[in-house]
Design a protein around this ligand. Structure first.
Ligand SMILES: C[S@@+](CC[C@H](N)C(=O)[O-])C[C@H]1O[C@@H](n2cnc3c(N)ncnc32)[C@H](O)[C@@H]1O
Length: 295
């Protein structure tokens, strides 16, 4: 049976949907099916197990079928659910925000390790997140740094609305501000830490990305210009001016970009070395850090 029908149990609906998603060649059919059935039935993963024998009503089956059709058309589960977990925080998404990726947690890790090594965790730090999107990196850092204040910038006013909502929902709004501008253009020094996951896909590569990305993430969250490095050329000199001596810039980079980005950092007068490059779980150099020199 490949149809999700009224009267089927939750367990059967989940297996049926997983089989449909697998037949369509999707990467994680079991997990996607659990999340979509849970969303349709308003149950978390534990609830799904506990109520596995509950039968679907006509409305339940129709609702789930609509979600299945969206997923089969290439819409990511996070977009369908409207939320994504990042650094253990549940973030709301909108059409104007990138879906935060697990790889981006590498930026958070590297920044926190730098602050920990400097004994800075309890200091009143000033942080900026350039191209904040849903607020993912900034809010993850503020959740770990109880005395830190942060500002997130974005060129998308709509994305900033979502970031603001996320800050409120997570109880971090009193330590987070959001500003519409191009990277750090409207910010004033000094900052102890500047982070960014800017758009870094070369323009001509975007059409080759998976449909989940090219059709559903906002183009301005992806497009890094001809060689993918346009955003770094803009934001690195800005960050170099705004950091206080000893302050750190930590950015996410795409595959093969860490060397070029480290060079841009050095050219902007920052101290970048190989110790400041961190790989993600897939072994790809994903986060690059440079420090403002202490004169
Ligand atoms: C790759 S997304 C990262 C979003 C979020 N920081 C994350 O890691 O999930 C890049 C973000 O940069 C924003 N952006 C693009 N160009 C920008 C610019 N010139 N100034 C500020 N933000 C920009 C996009 O709107 C998008 O939200």
């Amino acid at each position: 049976m490949t149809e999700i029908v009224a009267g089927a149990t939750i367990d059967t609906a989940r297996r049926t949907l997983a089989a449909r998603l697998a037949a369509a060649g999707l990467d994680s059919p079991e997990l996607d099916a659990r999340l979509l059935v849970g969303h349709a039935m308003q149950l978390d993963l534990t609830g799904l197990v506990m109520h596995g024998q509950r039968q679907l009503s006509q409305e339940d089956a129709q609702r789930l079928d609509v979600l299945a059709v969206r997923r089969l058309a290439g819409e990511p589960v996070a977009r369908i659910l409207g939320t994504r977990e990042f650094w253990g925080l549940e973030l709301q998404l909108s059409a104007d925000t990138l879906v935060p990726r697990p790889d981006t947690e590498t930026v958070v890790e590297l920044a926190l390790e730098h602050l920990t090594a400097g004994g800075d965790l309890k200091r009143r730090l000033r942080i900026a997140d350039l191209g904040t999107g849903s607020g993912a990196i900034l809010l993850a850092l503020l959740s770990e740094l109880p005395r830190a204040y942060g500002v997130g910038t974005d060129i998308s006013v709509a994305a900033l609305e979502t970031a603001r909502d996320n800050a409120r929902a997570l109880g971090l709004a009193d330590r987070a501000g959001f500003v519409a501008c191009s990277f750090a253009a409207a910010l004033q020094a000094p900052f102890d830490l500047i982070v960014s996951n800017p758009p870094y896909i070369p323009s001509t590569d975007i059409e080759d990305l998976a449909i989940e990305v090219r059709a559903h993430d906002p183009r301005r969250a992806l497009d890094g210009g001809g060689d993918g490095l346009d955003a770094y050329r803009a934001l690195i000199p800005q960050a170099a001016r705004l950091l206080q001596p000893g302050g750190a810039l930590v950015v996410e980079v795409g595959v093969g970009q860490s060397g070029d980005v480290a060079t841009l950092m050095t050219e902007a007068g920052l101290a970048a070395d190989s110790a400041g490059v961190r790989a993600d779980l897939g072994g790809i150099s994903r986060a690059v850090m440079a420090l403002k020199k202490v004169r």
